[in-house]
Design a protein around this ligand. Structure first.
Ligand code: FES
Ligand SMILES: [Fe+2]
Length: 431
């Protein structure tokens, strides 16, 4: 699949200036394209895998799908983490078949009982004593690079991962106007209030695109636009660096009925109070920041038309300890998720329609999505941005011109706040 979005257009003529082309429909259905995305995007970039607190004790593990691989993340005896390909080095059985669990001492393969310690080393196997020439270190589990940030374990399957600072932390600070802004929420000190896992029958890119635009907000998000009235104009407030959507005057909190939430997170600034910020960290994380909680989406694409989204609602420890009723707080974004994912699922079947063979169009308030499309295409084979190339994400050359960074010309876009500037299409977001 090499067709660039600029070449799309149902009639073969250039779209009107107000309209930009989307990707052709096959990008969302073709198994070959999906495999390329798994390999060149999800197995090449940093992905947010597991919430660290989900693995509280040595031996606690979680498995997640990253690209084509099952990755095993386990808490080690020193309190840190190991991440490994979830494949036994003997004859390849999947080592941990459960999505999560806890082992007492070691990880044992259920096939022939090869046994690995929590650092991945092969420590025992039937008759191993009679094979003195076997190098146990060499036969250990294959490690995967990991980083801890925001209370999550992030993994990268690439032999030479891109810079975490530039591609992950950089994406967040580009959106928020600096790294301090995210730090004030103290996300790694928050606790899990609720987790909902959504099995979405849609391509992962439809979910990203949906999160990046707010043209749909007035139509499908009545509860959200009640709390964030500026979302009704269709322009994502997140289009501007550092700008958060202001709560409605009558909204007491970020809740499904606008009723009061909880005390604001201790570290945030006055300017962050009563505002909603959304950040996309490509390829698979959405961060949503409000004064009294943080919502983290992690996407795990399983097929061209299927994506599992794990969504965590995080609160200050004292809120969790108080036993407070979180339901109205959780319900707002759960409803947004449900509305968004239903829209994505409604769109997915049409990706196979001859009506969408050449794709659809983006209106001006969606033009920045074309930057995301260019980013995807550049990472696929033949594109100039395969990780490790001079133009790879995070390289000094990557920011480049506004056009290279995916900043679109947006006819009719409203003027931003003072000193605001339009942002890269890849990290702007709205629900
Ligand atoms: S495949 Fe794991 S012990 Fe044989
Ligand atoms: Fe939405």
């Amino acid at each position: 699949m090499t067709l660039a979005p600029e070449t799309a257009g149902a009639t073969g003529t250039a779209p009107a200036a107000s309209l930009a082309a989307t990707l052709p429909g096959a990008f969302y259905t073709d198994p070959g394209t999906f495999r390329q995305e798994q390999r060149h995007i999800f197995e090449s970039l940093w992905c947010c895998a597991v919430r660290a607190a989900d693995l509280p004790r040595p031996g606690a593990f979680r498995t997640v799908q990253v690209g084509r691989e099952s990755v095993l993340v386990v808490r080690d005896r020193r309190g840190g983490f190991g991440a490994y390909l979830n494949v036994c080095r003997h004859r390849g059985a999947r080592l941990c078949t459960e999505e999560s669990g806890e082992v007492r001492r070691n990880l044992q393969c259920p096939y022939h009982a090869w046994t690995y310690d929590l650092d991945g080393r092969l420590v025992a196997a039937p008759n191993l004593q009679r094979m003195p020439d076997v190098d146990r270190a060499e036969r250990g589990l294959l490690p995967v690079r990991l980083r801890e940030w925001l209370g999550y374990v992030w993994v990268c399957l690439a032999d030479e991962p891109p810079s975490f600072e530039e591609t992950v932390i950089g994406a967040v600070s580009e959106r928020l106007g600096g790294t301090e802004a995210i730090g004030r929420y103290g996300i790694d000190g928050l606790e899990l209030g609720r987790r909902v896992t959504y099995d979405v029958r849609a391509n992962w890119k439809l979910i990203v695109e949906n999160f990046m635009e707010c043209y749909h907000c007035a139509t499908i998000h009545p509860e959200l636009t009640d709390v964030l009235p500026e979302f009704t104009d269709g322009f994502a407030a997140q289009y501007y660096v550092g700008h958060g959507a202001a709560f409605a005057d009558e909204a007491e909190g970020f809740t499904v009925d606008g009723s009061g939430g909880f005390a604001r997170i201790a570290g945030i600034e006055e300017s962050q109070d009563r505002r909603y910020y959304a950040v996309t960290v490509r390829p698979q994380v959405f961060l949503n920041l409000v004064p009294d909680h943080v919502i983290v989406h992690r996407m795990f694409p399983l097929a061209a038309d299927r994506t599992v989204v794990e969504c965590d609602w995080l609160y200050a420890p004292e809120v969790i300890a108080s036993g407070a009723d979180l339901s109205r707080s959780v319900e707002l974004f759960h409803r947004v998720n449900t509305q968004d994912f239903a829209a994505c699922e409604r769109t997915q079947p049409a990706m196979d329609s001859r009506a969408y063979r050449a794709g659809g169009v983006l209106v001006p308030s969606e033009h920045h999505i074309a930057g995301f499309h260019r980013w995807v295409i550049r990472l696929l084979p033949g594109g100039p941005e395969a990780p490790g190339s001079p133009e790879a994400p995070g390289s000094p050359e990557a920011p480049g011109s506004p056009e290279a960074r995916g900043v679109p010309e947006v006819p009719g876009a409203p003027a931003g706040p003072p000193a605001a500037r339009p942002r890269d299409g890849g990290t702007s977001a709205s629900p």
